[in-house]
Design a protein around this ligand. Structure first.
Ligand SMILES: [Zn+2]
Length: 325
């Protein structure tokens, strides 16, 4: 039997854990998922993952010897030295309580396990099998409930000295801006996440007096989403277009400055908000071109992510190849 030719990718999230078995070329052969049980201070999560992997290997008649490794993406702060995670609040793993997924999963599945932050893992996935074309220099930004990011330069993930590398969501775009969950002011996340876009809409609506469906929805106290803002902008709602323009300016500045520093081949935009598609990208690109200097403007391209929710398991699996070599 051929040995060590498969990978396992695990994408651990606050509501769902996604699993995949892949070839070393990144082709998904099997995938499954289960709910994340965050009860008992999240103490059941790692045992659940181990049980699920062992159960599915049994089910597919596979043995540990066939696997090169397991890669996992997780929320929270990853300590690469001891393979631990802390401060993943959506998993109920608090800052003082360390969890050791690398040690526990490796010991109880018999397969070497590698760990990385979830946004970084999504960046690796998009770079390897998505919009990144396997380029050596790629920046990834994800616009969802928060704004996350990952930076790959010369084929390597930028983690920084303490794991804070690639946190594009906390780049300052307005020194007098809104307060961010991180404790600082004016972060990109405060205006370009799904909730941030709605916040910008509410602010602009206060000063807006013309005709607008978005304005009447906000005045009526309707619950609006970032998707509503983009959908209305596509229908030429004047206020919605103003919101999109402002958010695009902030994103354009933040991404242009990433490009001015790193000159990647691609900057890939993903996450739920990116479902607004080419419309979103075109508006951001207008400002991106304005704020990049000529060499970067000619060579760094903005692109939409292509893997959606699948980026996590694929990128996680790629950790095995990148770190196992
Ligand atoms: Zn912040």
């Amino acid at each position: 039997m051929a040995s060590k030719q498969k990978l396992i990718g695990v994408d651990l999230g606050g509501t769902t854990i996604k699993f995949a078995i892949l070839t070393t070329e990144g082709e998904v052969q099997q995938k499954w998922s289960q709910e994340t049980n965050v009860l008992a201070e999240g103490s059941l999560i790692i045992p659940d993952i181990i049980e699920s992997i062992n159960h599915h290997l049994d089910l597919y008649n596979m043995s540990a010897e066939e696997f090169m490794g397991i890669g996992m993406g997780t929320p929270g702060g990853v300590n690469r030295a001891d393979g631990s995670v802390s401060g993943a609040f959506n998993l109920n793993w608090d800052a003082d309580h360390k969890v050791y997924p690398v040690r526990d999963i490796t010991e109880q599945t018999g397969i070497q396990t590698y760990l990385e932050n979830d946004a970084n893992v999504a960046a690796l996935g998009e770079r390897w099998k998505g919009a990144g074309n396997n380029a050596k220099d790629v920046v990834f930004v994800t616009l969802g409930t928060g704004v996350g990011g990952g930076i790959i330069t010369n084929g390597k993930l930028v983690t920084g000295i303490a794991g804070g590398g690639g946190e594009i969501g906390h780049v300052t775009i307005d020194p007098d801006g809104y307060e961010c969950n991180c404790g600082k002011k004016g972060c990109l996340e405060t205006v370009a996440s799904a909730t941030g876009i709605v916040r910008v809409a509410r602010d602009l609506a206060e000063q807006y007096a013309g005709n607008s469906k978005l304005k009447s929805m906000l005045d009526n106290g309707d619950d609006i989403s970032a998707k509503d803002v983009y959908d209305l902008a596509k229908e030429d709602d004047v206020l919605a277009l103003q919101v999109v323009d402002k958010v695009s300016m902030y994103l354009g500045i933040a991404l242009a400055n990433q490009a001015n520093s790193l000159n990647p081949e691609f900057i890939i935009v993903g996450g739920g908000v990116s479902a607004a598609g080419d419309f979103l990208l075109e508006h951001v690109n207008k400002y991106f071109l304005e704020y990049t200097f000529p060499l970067v403007r000619r060579t760094t391209k903005l692109k939409l992510a292509t893997l959606g929710n699948g980026a996590g398991v694929i990128g996680a699996a790629s950790l095995v190849i990148n770190e196992g070599e």
